[in-house]
Design a protein. Structure first.
Length: 227
């Protein structure tokens, strides 16, 4: 069964979600991640991977990212931590193809990814800290799967809600998703009313001067009208 929270999340942009997190005193957007190839907004529940430096301890160690791909589905994102300091890709083209085949929404990497042209050619969205052509082979390996990891300065636990677009990436703890969605939807609605007011010719100084500063308040505290 599809996750209704994911469906609502996919109708919001990251700026509204970051503002909602701010309003609720939660960690706002992670900055500095960028789309590699297809810049389509993505959202879903986190399936996490942590990578570390060095060759794998045994020859039988599974290839990084494969367990996450096989565990994830259309309501999910793969979220990877590669903070080893080694220039080696945490994600590549075959993984993108496998993830797309399973309908996974996309991949977010705290670290570098590669095979950008391949991901772009098949339309699979990847957001990463950087890009590289250097293989993971002999440089990094998967230490843990479905554990708490870190993206930017934010902890991502398995099952948390994650969204990314060209403005940034947000991580919403599962326990707070209902409150964040409600606040973000309210902020979106206020933004749309402000945009409509500008389109009707209301001076932008008036729109931004009053309503913008009250954007993060709840519905009962601020209901702008531009009739």
């Amino acid at each position: 069964m599809a996750d209704d929270a994911v469906a609502r999340l996919r109708k919001l942009d990251v700026c509204d979600l970051s503002d909602a997190l701010d309003a609720l005193k939660l960690e706002p957007a992670v900055t500095g991640l960028r789309p590699l190839g297809t810049p389509r907004p993505i959202a879903g529940r986190a399936v996490t991977v942590r990578l570390v430096a060095g060759p794998p301890p045994t020859a039988s160690t599974r290839h990084l990212g494969t367990a996450a791909v096989e565990a994830a589905g259309p309501d999910d994102l793969i979220v990877i931590e590669q903070r080893s300091g080694i220039d080696a890709a945490a994600w590549g083209g075959i993984l993108s193809r496998a993830a797309q085949h399973r309908g996974i929404a996309g991949t977010v990497i705290e670290g570098p990814g590669r095979d950008v042209e391949e991901a772009d050619s098949i339309g699979y969205p990847v957001y990463a800290r950087s890009s590289t052509a250097r293989t993971a082979r002999g440089r990094i390996y998967e230490a843990e799967f479905q554990v708490a990891i870190t993206v930017g300065g934010t902890t991502v636990s398995p099952g948390d809600y994650v969204a990314a677009d060209r403005s940034g990436c947000v991580v919403i703890p599962a326990a707070h998703i209902a409150d964040v969605l409600a606040r973000a939807e309210d902020i979106r609605d206020k933004s749309e009313r402000m945009a409509a007011a500008v389109a009707k010719g209301l001076p932008v100084s008036q729109v931004m001067g009053g309503d913008y500063e009250n954007m993060l308040h709840g519905k009962s505290e601020d209901t702008p009208s531009h009739g």
